[in-house]
Design a protein around this ligand. Structure first.
Ligand code: NAI
Length: 342
């Protein structure tokens, strides 16, 4: 179960391991924005992990009830609640993995970049506290626009003198989860076997699924490639429109974020076979940040997988060139936001 994490059949079919009274490992996880649409189901999924001994939930409101509720689940981790900035430092002390889904989500008609003004400040403040209280933690940024909030986090950590690029992650797992689901549906494949790398960033055309590198290997018509790529890129908007003003993806996002947390914990615990796509500081292209598949280890990103960018189809090469302009601008906007306030 642990080796294969949230992708595994075993995880979906059995919960036997969760009846243990003692955790199988003793990692401390904090969720910042824990009473939100993503935060609550994410907290529930992390509460199920046998690798977690302490689960700290932080929000500016309504977190006490969420923690009281979750604390009744008979899984090993101890749940604690922290409300408001005066309790943020205590929430973060000695934490191994910090997950940040704090901030506002999209409403119909909005792009992720429309969230910049509010979420940029939230991420800046929260990452500042992470730098002060658990500078060695893996940091998972979910708050949008990820293409800008990750560079913001990097700048804050640099200013505090604790930036470790190997431990700062933009969570793009939902793009991979969606790509796997849609491809399996389209080609009638067994979901458990499907794995599509998604590179670039996390907004519109910056999300680039590499269908030519999908496993198992599948052949597509040009129309199929176009249709699947566009559906994966706009999947978030599909949910925003279906929710009609009540927010964006929360349940599938919580599932994806929990998978990324579990992968990080497995890597911290010494598993040497952990791979995920993530938006990180990168030398893969001329852009300073880029999402691609990476191997995770005890110290964070251990290897950036180069091979998936080799031998791209003409369609993928063109899409890669086209996404760079938007991604570059979003990265620069994040960096400038922190630097102009310095
Ligand atoms: P939500 O509004 O339901 O929850 C956000 C939570 O953040 C609320 O509980 C709120 O009280 C809290 N919050 C606000 N300011 C805070 C602060 N200063 N400190 C701590 N907590 C604070 O929103 P939802 O749906 O949970 O989405 C959260 C974020 O995740 C949004 O920015 C959204 O765009 C993003 N998102 C990212 C995805 C990804 O793939 N990376 C996918 C889906 C959403």
């Amino acid at each position: 179960v642990l080796k294969q994490g949230y992708n595994s059949k075993a995880w979906r079919c059995s919960n036997r391991s969760y009846s243990r009274v003692q955790p199988q490992a003793s990692y401390k996880v904090a969720i910042l924005g824990a009473s939100g649409g993503i935060g609550q189901p994410l907290a529930l999924l992390v509460k199920m992990s046998p690798l977690v001994s302490e689960l700290n939930l932080y929000d500016i409101a309504n977190v006490k009830g969420v923690a009281a509720d979750l604390s009744h689940c008979n899984t090993p981790s101890k749940v604690s609640d922290f409300t408001g900035e005066s309790e943020l430092a205590a929430c973060l002390r000695d934490v191994d993995v910090v997950v940040i889904p704090a901030g506002v989500p999209r409403k119909p008609g909005m792009t992720r970049d429309d969230l910049f003004n509010i979420n940029a400040n939230i991420v800046k403040t929260l990452v500042g506290a992470v730098a002060d209280n658990c500078p060695n933690a893996f940091i998972h940024i979910i708050s949008n626009p990820v293409n800008s909030t990750v560079p913001i986090a990097a700048e804050v950590l640099k200013q505090k003198g604790v930036y470790d690029p190997k431990k700062l992650f933009g969570v793009t797992t939902l793009d991979v989860v969606r790509a796997n689901t849609f491809l399996a549906q389209k080609k009638n494949l067994k979901l458990i076997d499907v794995d599509v790398p998604v590179i670039g960033g996390h907004a519109g055309i910056t999300i680039l699924p590499l269908l030519s590198k999908a496993k198992p290997s599948v052949t597509f018509t040009d129309e199929e490639v176009q249709e699947l790529t566009v559906r994966i890129q706009n999947a978030g908007t599909e949910v925003v429109e279906a929710k009609a003003g009540a927010g964006s993806a929360t349940l599938s996002m919580a599932y994806a974020a929990a998978r990324f947390v579990e992968s990080s914990l497995r890597a911290l615990d010494g598993d040497t076979d952990v791979y995920e796509c993530s938006f990180i500081q990168s030398e893969l292209t001329e852009l300073p940040f880029f999402a691609s598949r990476v191997k995770l280890g005890k110290d964070g990103v251990e290897v950036v997988i180069l091979s998936e960018l080799q031998g791209l189809t003409e369609y993928e090469q063109k899409a890669l060139q086209e996404l760079k302009t938007e991604l570059k601008a979003s990265i620069e906007k994040g960096v400038a936001f922190v630097q102009k306030q310095a």
